[in-house]
Design a protein. Structure first.
Length: 229
């Protein structure tokens, strides 16, 4: 059963990526500095712009916002499912078990945060949207830190996956610091830096999670093989 649920997680992450790209394709256009700009700008649009009810120019954004919301709902439920499964691989030693349980809670929070972002378009519910966005960043920092340590403490889980978590932790931490202490988001330079940094973090996060699911799948298969032997 775990094998099939992990495959479902892989399908979910792939679906998120496809729907996200489609939302960009169907985004009518407009940025904070140029409301009449056509299409989605990689440098000047944030991911959350895809979920706006109306664009900066006041144009309806029905299809793009729907695709964006569905993609986040999918990835939110997949994150919850994966971290509930993942924690089961760390029963020994006790420190790894405790770290994995804490990581599971942080992972579930990250999934709930994705769902919250999907349900709160920033042009309608800015305060709630930003709370969910910050919760997502902080919870994923906790996930990466807790699970990297748990993997290192687990004598049979490959350390390569812990190193991947650490690498993502570093990327995400730099972005969070930039969000808090970096350039003004209202400036063109600030918008471009943060919008580009956000995409790097999200894409690298998806790659990280995709690899982690594959790692859990291979680990699960090896366990089943050892039991069968």
């Amino acid at each position: 059963m775990q094998k099939y649920l992990l495959i479902l997680c892989l399908i979910g992450f792939s679906t998120y990526s496809i729907l996200n790209v489609l939302a960009m394709i169907f985004y009518p256009g407009g940025t904070s500095s140029n409301a009449e700009k056509t299409g989605y700008s990689f440098l000047e649009n944030f991911f959350s712009d895809l979920g706006m009810v109306r664009t900066y120019a006041g144009e309806t954004n029905t299809l793009s916002s729907l695709l964006f919301a569905i993609s986040l709902l999918v990835v939110g439920f997949v994150l919850i499912l994966f971290f509930l499964l993942f924690s089961a691989y760390f029963d020994e030693p006790s420190l790894a078990k405790n770290l994995s349980r804490a990581g599971m809670v942080a992972g579930v929070v990250s999934g709930i945060s994705c769902i919250g972002i999907a349900l709160t378009p920033w042009d309608r519910f800015l305060e709630a949207h930003m709370i969910f966005a910050y919760c997502l960043s902080v919870s994923f920092l906790a996930v990466a830190l807790l699970y990297s340590t748990a993997i290192f403490r687990n004598p049979i889980y490959p350390n390569a996956y812990a190193i991947l978590f650490i690498a993502y932790f570093a990327f995400l931490l730099v972005f969070v610091v930039l969000m808090i202490f970096g350039p003004d988001i209202e400036s063109i330079m600030g918008t471009r830096l943060l919008a580009t940094g956000q995409k790097i973090c999200i894409y690298s996060g998806m790659i990280c999670m995709f690899v982690q699911v594959i790692g859990a799948y291979l680990f699960n298969r090896n366990l089943i093989g050892e039991k069968a032997a």
